[in-house]
Design a protein around this ligand. Structure first.
Ligand code: HEC
Length: 166
């Protein structure tokens, strides 16, 4: 009798658990979209105004970001989530990593938001290949890169600033 009651209890609970999991996935998708993760972690997303099929989202990028730290590459998050548990993800994201990754945005996220992101990225399934490995300062760049350093136009001392164009 008791096992029956427990079994019925579980049956009633299951749809709730399933609904919670799918709303997490939806929420994760929303957070990824508004959080700008695709700008760097999806090739072509920013230049095309987001016109990249979801099947290709978050597969990383082989165009690096070069600065005083060397060259960093937005990792393939679809493969990364396969290497860690949900708990490990929640602990790890939000810890300092190389620029221009806005790790402090993830640090500011609630645990439930980080979990939702993990579940969404997991739901996309593994795809693509790993991003190129980090390159130390001064070493030759194996790929194209974006120079992530402020640039200043040369002008003679005392010369008026060039007119602003729009
Ligand atoms: C401006 C570009 C940029 C944006 C926007 C960005 N990332 Fe990243 N991300 C990077 C780069 C570059 C790295 C590699 C950093 C390194 O090698 O240390 C990275 C690394 C990561 C890592 C690996 C961290 C680790 O511990 O190994 C995770 C997870 C991650 N990003 C998640 C996200 C999520 C989620 C978002 C959206 C909220 C996001 N990123 C937005 C550029 C970006």
């Amino acid at each position: 009798m008791r096992t029956k009651i427990v079994a019925v209890g579980w049956l009633l609970l299951l749809p709730c658990v399933a609904a919670a999991a799918s709303s997490d996935v939806e929420r994760g998708r929303y957070l990824v979209k508004i959080g700008g993760c695709n700008d760097c972690h999806t090739a072509g997303y920013a230049p095309s105004g987001g016109a990249v099929p979801e099947a290709e989202w978050l597969t990383g990028q082989s165009v690096g970001f070069k600065g005083p730290w060397g060259i960093s590459y937005p990792v393939n998050l679809r493969l990364l989530v396969r290497t860690m548990s949900q708990g490990e993800w929640i602990q790890r994201v939000g810890k300092p990593v190389l620029p221009p990754m806005p790790w402090f945005s993830l640090r500011a996220m609630s645990e439930s938001d980080r979990r939702a992101m993990y579940r969404y990225i997991w739901s996309l399934g593994p795809a693509g290949s790993p991003a190129p490995a980090y390159v130390a300062p001064g070493a030759a760049a194996p790929t194209p890169y974006i120079l992530f350093v402020p640039q200043q136009e040369e002008r003679q001392a005392g010369a008026p600033a060039p007119p602003l164009k729009n």
